[in-house]
Design a protein around this ligand. Structure first.
Ligand SMILES: [Zn+2]
Length: 474
């Protein structure tokens, strides 16, 4: 212990305590840091000016204004407001510092939770914190996030504060911080009170708190914000579908964009006309064929199919392709943007990229994205990639599987190898089919679900930015 605070009923008693402390300190070889000591005398609640107290080491003077004990300003009277203001200012300063940093989205949130919020947490349980102030600080935090491009203003606040594993951003609110801290201290006092007369007196004087617990609302139940979640819940592995939030290491602006797209928070023409009731023509600005919805822009517009969707598709297929090359010791295309050659081959394997295969019998599809022939094992894998609308992933997976059965039979007959058809399907906004992991395991080399998902989501983010002409910040 290096701080001590003494209380007594009268000026004579406090001086006696100070003397005892001084003597004891000398006995144990501790020096009295006089410059850090001060004394305050009050009579009927009013501070009385004194000459201080004279000790052999010097004078202990009166407290000027307030003093800090364990970092919290105090003295006679109400210094809680000052303490709250100081904590809030420092907290917001740290939030800004984090948001200006080069950290990725997940780490920025983490830094706010573990570096900025403790500034509030520390005094939170000790001093009262009015609800309005808590609310205002949370609003200010969200504004700062938005100003730095990390939170869409129409995005779900509930989801911002939900856990990443459950599809949220994982931010902790000031409100939760103050509540937790207050509850923790209260629990401690309740536990210790039976053996501590001061604590039990404190507890006796506390007004019974009304319990405000009820069912916490969830973003998943919200009409627009939760629509995506409810749609994919039927077809996707939910946990894996949100894995990109935890493992992809995306920038906060990309995270915010994808989430806003999932929550119908982005201003597409259809949303402007239907939800905000503007005079906007709800049809797609590119093709004019269909309502301009997020689903349409991310996976349904014929004007984007040829180039933008193709580019996204090839990036995903490229990841799989490169992993296969690495597995067989074949030269891996150097850059991500380089289109692989149609055929590469060594004595172990032959890999075809987007290659039209001549068959004796007519088949419905003969140009899959990738075909790998393992010459030693006498096996071949036919791989086809798709990045459809998230609610269509399962249907698409099934479609792909069916589509290549004819080719599979032909190849088995012509090449005398065992052929497997493997669909690699990932939703444009990240939805993962329950079987994706199994499919990927049937492909030579190691391709992780997260790498495929990250690539698809990044591709979609780019398409959204370009089509909706989104600025760098909201
Ligand atoms: Zn269109």
């Amino acid at each position: 212990m290096d701080d001590i605070k003494l209380y007594a009923k009268s000026e004579r008693d406090i001086d006696s305590l100070i003397h005892t402390t001084r003597l004891y300190s000398n006995d144990i070889g501790m020096s009295f840091g006089l410059e850090k000591c001060s004394r305050m005398v009050t009579k009927r609640g009013k501070v009385v000016r004194t000459e201080g107290i004279e000790l052999p080491e010097g004078n202990i003077a009166d407290i000027e204004d307030s003093y800090k004990y364990l970092g919290i300003p105090q003295a006679n009277g109400n210094h809680e407001e000052a303490a709250r203001k100081a904590a809030t200012t420092k907290y917001l300063q740290r939030v800004r510092q984090v948001l200006r940093s080069q950290l990725n989205g997940k780490n920025k949130i983490r830094a706010i939770n573990t570096y900025a919020l403790p500034v509030i947490r520390y005094p939170a349980g000790v001093i009262g914190w009015p609800k309005e102030e808590i609310e205002a600080t949370d609003i200010k935090t969200r504004k700062l996030l938005t100003m730095h491009g990390g939170f869409h203003p129409k995005s779900s606040t509930l989801r911002l504060y939900a856990k990443r594993k459950e599809g949220g951003r994982g931010l902790v609110s000031v409100s939760t911080t103050v509540q937790d801290e207050t509850r923790n201290i209260h629990e401690y006092i309740t536990k210790m009170a039976p053996t501590d007369s001061v604590l039990s007196e404190y507890l006796r004087q506390q007004k019974p708190k009304k319990e405000e617990e009820g069912e916490e609302p969830s973003w998943k139940d919200r009409l627009l914000h939760g629509m995506y979640h409810r749609q994919i819940a039927e077809v996707a592995d939910i946990q894996k579908s949100y894995q990109w939030l935890d493992k992809a290491g995306l920038k906060d602006s990309t995270e915010a964009l994808i989430m806003a797209a999932q929550e119908q928070a982005l201003s597409t023409r259809s949303i402007e006309a239907g939800v905000y009731h503007t005079k906007q023509d709800p049809r797609c600005r590119l093709c004019k064929d269909a309502p301009e919805t997020i689903q349409h822009i991310t996976a349904g517009c014929k004007m984007l199919a040829g180039k933008a969707y193709m580019e996204r598709h090839n990036k995903v297929a490229g990841i799989v392709y490169r992993n296969i090359c690495a597995e067989y010791g074949l030269e891996v295309p150097r850059s991500k943007w380089e289109t692989p050659p149609r055929v590469v081959e060594n004595d172990r394997a032959k890999i075809l990229w987007d290659f039209q295969i001549q068959t004796d019998k007519m088949v419905v599809a003969n140009q899959p994205d990738i075909v790998v022939v393992d010459k030693q094992k006498k096996t071949a894998v036919v791989i086809d990639v798709a990045v459809p609308n998230d609610s269509n992933i399962r249907k698409k997976e099934h479609e792909k599987l069916e589509k290549y059965q004819g080719l599979r039979e032909e190849l088995e007959r012509m090449w005398r190898v065992k052929v497997t058809v493997v669909p690699v399907v990932i939703g444009a906004l990240g939805a993962v089919t329950p079987k994706l992991g199994e499919w990927l395991q049937q492909i030579p080399g190691t391709t992780s679900e997260i790498s495929v998902q990250k690539s698809a989501v990044l591709g979609t983010a780019k398409i959204l930015c370009r089509t909706l002409k989104l600025p760098g910040l909201w």
